[in-house]
Design a protein around this ligand. Structure first.
Ligand SMILES: NC(=O)c1ccc[n+]([C@@H]2O[C@H](COP(=O)([O-])OP(=O)(O)OC[C@H]3O[C@@H](n4cnc5c(N)ncnc54)[C@H](OP(=O)(O)O)[C@@H]3O)[C@@H](O)[C@H]2O)c1
Length: 261
């Protein structure tokens, strides 16, 4: 039986993508930190959509986490034909104010976990092709972002990694898609950032279920890049034609206003 494996599935976009997959009749495996109610979420999805579900609780920043997940999948004979690398986090603030431990954790989750999960599951996805990988980056991956420097840089990694893999894996029947959401009110921290944010943050807001729906459906259609929300697509086009000096001012203003409030 085929399954979609989703990281960061206890809440936010990950949970909404699990619901979207389930609504399409896809079986789902949910991965998240321990004690985040994954058992109940699985039961609810099973009852509501009549699909198969299971979960695995683990901190994805651990060096062996992807390997552990892979072994658990194999032990249970789950066949994966869709991998969603969604788990990630980022804060707002001057780089020098963050502890190195915090920054390293961000790199471990946003970059290393995505890389490791993909590496472990490619053979499985090849075996079960046609299959899919969806990597969650951000609109932020298109610009340098002061006060979100490491987060934005980590998402640039995800963007280029995904776009390159798409070409490598095409001939194996694996379609690789890049998700670039704008501001999405998933949790209280993000909602607060949107409220305090400048033009860029506010103009790009798209509801979480809408982002999830676009992400899952367009990945299954084989789309290379998914930017949910017409306002995001328009603002991206606009920002891309701005001269670099003007772009710096717009971006700096937007993130400074988030900082000040
Ligand atoms: N929200 C936005 O505005 C926005 C915009 C662009 C891109 N994104 C990206 O979209 C993705 C999802 O964001 P979101 O806003 O939906 O986040 P969220 O609501 O905070 O959910 C994050 C998910 O990742 C899990 N997670 C966090 N740290 C983990 C770890 N060390 N090990 C395992 N699981 C972990 C969380 O589990 P717990 O519940 O256990 O903490 C949760 O399930 C991220 O990659 C983010 O960078 C978000």
């Amino acid at each position: 039986m085929k399954y979609t494996l989703i990281t960061g599935a206890s809440q936010g976009m990950g949970l909404e993508m699990a619901r979207e997959c389930a609504s399409l009749g896809r079986n789902v495996l949910l991965i998240s930190l321990p004690k985040e109610n994954l058992n109940n979420l699985c039961e609810n999805l099973r009852d509501e959509f009549n699909i198969q579900t299971d979960f695995y609780e683990i901190d994805l920043t651990g060096g062996k986490s992807a390997e552990e997940i892979f072994k658990w999948v194999k032990k249970n004979n789950y066949s994966i034909d869709f991998l969603i690398n969604n788990a990630g986090f980022g804060g707002v603030g001057p780089f020098e104010d963050y502890t190195l431990a915090y920054v390293e954790k961000m790199i471990d989750l946003n970059i290393k976990a995505t890389t490791r999960m993909t590496h472990f599951f490619i053979p499985e996805l090849k075996k079960n092709s046609p299959s899919f990988i969806l990597n969650n980056a951000s609109m932020i991956a298109n610009f340098p972002c002061p006060y979100k420097s490491v987060y934005a840089a980590s998402k640039v990694y995800v963007k280029y990694f995904t776009e390159a893999l798409r070409i490598e894996l095409m001939s194996f029947g694996i379609s690789v898609s890049l998700l670039q959401p704008g501001a999405t009110p998933t949790n209280e921290i993000v909602k607060n950032q949107i409220k305090k944010g400048g033009f860029l943050a506010r103009v790009s807001v798209t509801e979480t279920h809408e982002v999830a729906k676009k992400a899952v459906r367009n990945t299954l259609k084989g789309r290379p890049v998914i930017i949910p929300g017409w306002k995001n697509r328009m603002s991206l086009r606009f920002l891309k034609i701005l001269p670099y000096s003007l772009l710096q001012i717009v971006i700096l203003r937007s993130y400074k206003s988030m900082q000040k409030n």
